[in-house]
Ligand binder design. Sequence first.
Ligand code: NDP
Length: 405
Amino acid sequence: MNTILIIGAGGVGSVAAHKCAQLPEIFQQIHLASRTLSKCHLVATSIRRRTGREISTFCLDADNLAEAIALLHKLSPDVLLNLALPYQNLTLMEACLATGTNYLDTANYEHPEIARFEYKSQWLYHERFREKNICALLGSGFDPGVTNVFTSFGAKHYFDEINELDIIDVNGGENHEPFSTNFNPEINIREVSAACRHWEGDQFVESPAFSTHRSFSCPEGIGDFEIYRMYHEELESLTVAYPSLRRAQFWMSFSPSYLQHLKVLTNVGMTDIHPVDYHGKPIVPLQFLKSILPDPGSLGESTTGKTCIGCVLRGKKGTQPRSIYIYNICSHEKAFRENGSQAVSYTTGIPAMIGAKLILQKKWFEAGVWNMEHFDPDPFMEDLDSFGLSWSIEESDPFLGRAAQ
Ligand code: NDP
């Protein structure tokens, strides 16, 4: 009997738990643990109402290694899905090593006091996971996650060599909030405000945040959006996996209103990650800001429109140059009808479920610590289609004819 433990009862954890509950033949026993037990209860109630299944719930502080190990010993899951925050990654990887549990997450480790996004600290666990004969799958969300698999699928089936990669993440949704984020506000604001880095030649080149932008026409009538180049963690692993890449960039759409709000909040110090003294008590401004911004998990009902996330790959097949664009379009309203979430949680929770499914089925199992592109993309792409995230491929380059500013 397969048993899983999901940690984190936020937007992504909720979707993953719902999707796992829809597959009783794969996920026979589902446990959900999070810091706030009442949030686990809300997810469990929704799953009961939608699927008739029972999941068990636990209160856990995943920063506490002894507590995490005790829960793993008690439940003996086959795989732990870490859908809490990136701060917990190393503690939960240690807990998996101590108990011989397979591990999966959707975002790379971050130190709470340093906004540095890198896999290196998790890659250091590779030998220990190998020795324990357990598998860690890193970044099994949409971006990172599906974008890594789109890249490896393109490289496998369409190219002899890939030379350029552009990952484009457009959220064409609207939720009528003056300012909100698509996922955990603290993690989201740390990520988008960081200096931009992109791969050029054989190294990362740094530039100021939001300094390079261009317009992008999404397919299927989704519309035209201004996209901004920024650093994103899958660039780190993909440039290692595909050394033929001469340029790799990540782009995300932002509305003028979002950028204006972010600029003001940054200027007044509200996005700072270092503690300040407030009436004799240290508080982190960004954590305070998070506490008053809308909870992204609660925005499902009010969000309309679609996300469009995909990869443009350019390279060679034989002697011929070739370009393809692989993308998924996801409707916020459809995601809400199915799971009560908006599309960003939905597009992250489903790949987390698929990653866990492939580990359990041993289709994606190898002892060690791996990013998504390490494994055969075909079963993952089949599952994306089957479980709500269908994808399309155009043999074209959507960037042609437009110059970056
Ligand atoms: P939320 O803030 O909605 O949820 C996070 C959950 O984790 C909350 O329930 C929170 O509990 C819980 N949590 C936080 N700290 C702890 C702790 N120490 N112990 C136990 N539980 C804890 O975030 P999201 O669901 O939006 O995002 C979840 C993860 O997914 C993040 O790491 C995010 O970066 C990642 N992500 C990845 C994407 C991708 O495409 N790869 C896209 C979107 C998100 P509490 O309610 O008490 O705060």
